[in-house]
Design a protein around this ligand. Structure first.
Ligand SMILES: Cc1cc2nc3c(=O)[nH]c(=O)nc-3n(C[C@H](O)[C@H](O)[C@H](O)COP(=O)(O)O)c2cc1C
Length: 166
């Protein structure tokens, strides 16, 4: 007998709950819009291509942050560390809540944050409208990374990774 409840037809709640079983990292995307630092926390980040180097992430069509990311071209994607959980939570509520995140200030580029696991500076490649989201496929122009423990999102909550024996 199966240990999973079967879905007959489509049910949005079951769809969401099933998606929440996919453990992901957490990414903070930043841009500078009209002189202001803007951030959005996403777990829709994914790698797409090595040659050319492409990644993607999706933004909800109704997001108040959508103009900031659609009206600018230079974005930075940061893979957050478990130590950045509180700052991450603040940024889910307020797009300008960068307190406690050390910024490398470049006057015209996107805000760059220290203390993350990886950082990708990107420019637009292609854009796909899909249902209630817009997927931004981005070309990576600069990459940096360091060793640290990732912030993980799973089953609607934040956690950390237990990396077992390899
Ligand atoms: C773990 C996590 C993942 C999220 N992933 C996305 C995402 O991929 N795309 C998105 O548009 N919003 C995502 N959100 C929601 C945004 O972080 C933010 O809360 C939302 O944009 C707030 O609405 P506003 O943009 O209208 O201010 C995520 C939130 C959390 C906590």
């Amino acid at each position: 007998m199966s240990d999973m409840t079967p879905i007959h037809g489509f049910d949005s709640r079951t769809f969401r709950d099933a998606l929440s079983k996919f453990a992901t990292g957490v990414a903070l995307i930043t841009t500078r819009h009209r002189g202001r630092a803007v951030g959005i926390v996403v777990n829709s980040f994914a790698s797409v291509s090595l040659e050319p180097p492409l990644v993607l992430w999706s933004i909800h069509k109704d997001s108040r942050r959508r103009p900031a990311f659609e009206e600018t071209t230079q974005h930075a994607i940061h893979i957050l560390s478990v130590a950045q959980r509180a700052q991450c939570l603040a940024l889910t509520r307020d797009s300008g809540a960068f307190d406690g995140l050390p910024l490398v200030d470049k006057p015209d580029g996107p805000p760059l944050i220290e203390g993350c696991l990886a950082r990708f500076e990107t420019e637009p490649f292609t854009r796909v409208e899909a249902g209630d989201h817009i997927t931004l496929m981005q070309k990576v122009v600069t990459t940096a990374h360091r060793d640290s423990d990732p912030l993980v999102f799973f089953d609607k909550g934040f956690g950390h990774l237990f990396k077992g024996p390899q």
